[in-house]
Write a protein that binds this ligand. Structure first.
Ligand code: MG
Length: 419
């Protein structure tokens, strides 16, 4: 069997869901998904000559082939790996179909039949839609009277944006509590909220600093969510790399009484020592990893004890087999893995195959709550992808889930090829 083509399709959802399909001379195809990035489908097209004519079952060799080509071009991390991850996933789907087994079997077999999902409630709004550089945008399918601001120039949502405009309206503890109750009632046993949201006590935005009153407001949001859901639901909060070390430590220590599952990305992502200082200064577990690529990206953080929870994104960190390897390395340091995921059902189920196949799995992210067609775009399963806060691992060959192309076409991104 030889690879004959690699094609992409992009669906405009809350993010640009970017699908990769690998074609062969035997008519078998494989489907994968890449984490969004500027110029992503162009990178996938550029990688195609490395794959055409090759045996698709040599997944790891083809991964290395792409990796070393990218490395020669200066990419030892970054968005080239978003492209490689989608292709690699498509190769596993293809291999599973060829051998007639689910992908988790090819990753070592399963530890669990169903994978625990945590619902990302971000800041409690119905939908947050972002461009490939995290600028808010308005999907063209959203009715004009629904909740989002019109698309236009704006600051990136996450991290220190350095815009001049005033921060938006603050969220109240009551709003967070109501959202938490609503989502917990859907059956989820774990929730995540953003905590770096507009705060009525902010004096120096984008500075990485927190006033005492800001910290108290953040604590009140966490307290409200904990009181709303009780002790039976695990809670995580995301800080999106926004704060300096000492203020992140002050906040993390103040949150200790609430028994968080984790506090995510308290400090900017480039400095392992800074992250380690936060992690070592608090009993609140610290999670990070969505900006790290490959085992090599996680190595130092794990070796130095900078992480309590590793959160690789399997649509960007190098793919499914690399995800398994990252999990193994984390396991050797007694660190749990909670994959970051903002994918469609295709990428989410792909990540669930890895989650099923690793011992040290904690929870898998679901970031699609505000997307009305999230479930509709998946086909091939005997029911919804997520049921009562869990994904039952498909037993069909490959990923066991396919794209409903009729639905996907309806939301396809203009100006991008559709396979
Ligand atoms: Mg995050």
């Amino acid at each position: 069997m030889r690879i004959t083509d690699v094609r992409t399709a992009v669906v405009e959802a809350n993010y640009d869901w970017t699908f990769v399909r690998v074609y062969t001379d035997e008519g078998l195809t494989g489907l994968g998904e890449s984490f969004l990035a500027p110029g992503l489908t162009g990178i996938i097209r550029d990688l195609k000559p490395l794959l055409v004519g090759q045996d698709p079952l040599d997944v790891d060799r083809l991964f290395s082939r792409m990796r070393w080509a990218a490395s020669g071009a200066g990419s030892v991390a970054g968005v080239v790996y978003n492209a490689i991850s989608g292709i690699e996933t498509a190769l596993w789907d293809l291999a599973g179909k060829h051998y007639g087994v689910p992908v988790y079997r090819l990753l070592g077999g399963k530890y669990r039949d169903r994978v625990r999902v945590y619902a990302d409630c971000h800041a409690g709004e119905a939908l947050e839609a972002l461009s490939s550089v995290m600028i808010p945008r308005r999907p063209r399918w959203l009715p004009p009277d629904e909740g989002l601001p019109p698309a236009g120039p704006g600051d990136p949502v996450h991290g220190r944006a350095f815009g001049l405009e005033e921060p938006g309206e603050a969220f109240t503890p009551e709003m967070y509590a109501a959202r938490a109750r609503e989502v917990a009632a859907m059956g989820f046993t774990a929730l995540k909220f953003d905590l770096d949201v507009p705060n009525p006590h902010t004096i120096a935005p984008h500075s990485g600093t927190l006033t005492h009153a800001e910290i108290r407001h953040m604590v009140s949001l966490v307290e409200a969510v904990r009181e709303a859901v009780g002790d039976g639901v695990d809670l995580a909060f995301d800080l999106h790399w926004r704060y300096n070390v000492s203020d992140a430590v002050r906040l993390a220590c103040e949150l200790e009484p609430y028994g968080l599952m984790w506090l995510e990305d308290p400090v900017p992502p480039e400095n392992v020592e800074a992250l380690r200082r936060v992690t070592r200064s608090t009993r609140t577990p610290i999670a990070s990893g969505e900006n790290l690529y490959l085992r090599h990206g996680f190595r130092e953080a794990l070796e130095r004890g900078a992480l309590d929870v590793a959160a690789p994104d399997l649509q960007k960190a190098g793919g499914l087999f690399e995800g398994r390897k990252i999990a193994d390395m984390a396991d050797a340091h007694y660190v749990a893995v909670a994959p970051h995921c903002i994918a469609s059902p295709i990428g989410t189920v792909a990540a669930a195959h890895v989650a099923a196949a690793i011992p040290n799995f904690l929870a898998l992210e679901w970031h699609g709550m505000g997307v009305p067609f999230w479930e509709e775009i998946a086909t091939g399963l005997d029911g919804p992808v997520i049921r009562e806060g869990f994904i039952r691992i498909p037993e069909g060959p490959g990923l066991g889930v396919e794209l409903d192309e009729e639905v996907a076409r309806r939301y396809a991104r203009e100006g991008e090829p559709f396979f």
